[in-house]
Write a protein that binds this ligand. Sequence first.
Ligand SMILES: Cc1cc2nc3c(=O)[nH]c(=O)nc-3n(C[C@H](O)[C@H](O)[C@H](O)COP(=O)(O)OP(=O)(O)OC[C@H]3O[C@@H](n4cnc5c(N)ncnc54)[C@H](O)[C@@H]3O)c2cc1C
Length: 341
Amino acid sequence: MKAAVIGAGIMGASAARWLARRGHSVQVFDQHPAGHELGSSHGASRIVRKAYPDPFYAECMADAYPLWHELERSSGTQILHECGLLYFGDSLSENLSTMVEGLSDLGVEHQVIDPRQAQELFPELRLHPHEVGVWTPEAGWVAADAALGATIELAERDGATFHYGSRAEPQALAKESDVVICCTGPWITETVELPVTITLQTFGYVEGNHGGPVWIEDGLDLPYGFPSEGKAFKIGVHRQGPEADPNSALRQPSSEFVDIIRRCASRRFGIADPNIVSAKGCLYTNTPNEDFLLGRFGENGFYASACSGHGFKFAPWIGRLLADFADGTDCPELYSRFCTG
Ligand SMILES: Cc1cc2nc3c(=O)[nH]c(=O)nc-3n(C[C@H](O)[C@H](O)[C@H](O)COP(=O)(O)OP(=O)(O)OC[C@H]3O[C@@H](n4cnc5c(N)ncnc54)[C@H](O)[C@@H]3O)c2cc1C
């Protein structure tokens, strides 16, 4: 089969890898150079976790999680850092109780801990007396740049060809290919009409050195963070940022969000005047309920819009699913949760 993949972010690269290893002829096109920072897949780290309070995503993750180990084995590269996840917030928070209920129903390993236990687990992090944490050990972070690099390398090893700086026209490719897979991230609406909003998200590196798990603070802003990389640690803000045009070359981090990061570093790590070593912007493709969108377009096309800030951890699984759609061994109609209706 002759397959064309549009987009060499983590979703397109993963689809290309699965298609190539099954012996298909695969051409991948990306409008920007390799390693560009204008889409959604760049950077050092992404949170990965088995624990989703929503049983649908937890079931998908049960399939997806082992594929990170598989990518590590096949590439001989360390990609998954399993340091656990601490989700914390007010003990009366509805989000927290829904999460605990969901994890209990699904039998996902977890523990609800008080501030004292949290401090034993993560000495640098400060929880307030009215707060609790939900600890899930099967979680951590994937090295995003390394994961993308390894996926592309394996796809190339199996014969896929990547063309960078090459803007693809889906209709033209559809005529000369048996199947077209569109994984264009924030540019998805240029090919398929979908109810998505593109926002500019901000993350920053704060000077400081600590280990510990990855963490998410419950609340409106939903800041999250990682253990230090060298002398600084990353904090991001999950709350949707300002709307953005993916075709603009600007990815200027929002000063409001940099302030949120600074305040979070003070509140949680006791740093009086946090030094933000660097701050960057990255695009989210948001759906109204944070569900991914997967489906068909044209006569021989399939697309995946898997973002809303939580897609990376599913990438090898989504890539395999897209390859199954292309092979005809599975079809998007069986995944009604991912269809727009
Ligand atoms: C700040 C931030 C933090 C995140 N944190 C997490 C996290 O902790 N955990 C998690 O699981 N997920 C997280 N995510 C989400 C995750 O990173 C995304 O779901 C994922 O990277 C989306 O990948 P993609 O391949 O769909 O899109 P992209 O990486 O944007 O790739 C799309 C590619 O398509 C190319 N393209 C577009 N149109 C064309 C065209 N016509 N022709 C050729 N090429 C084209 C673009 O140049 C681009 O390279 C985060 C995202 C951001 C922005």
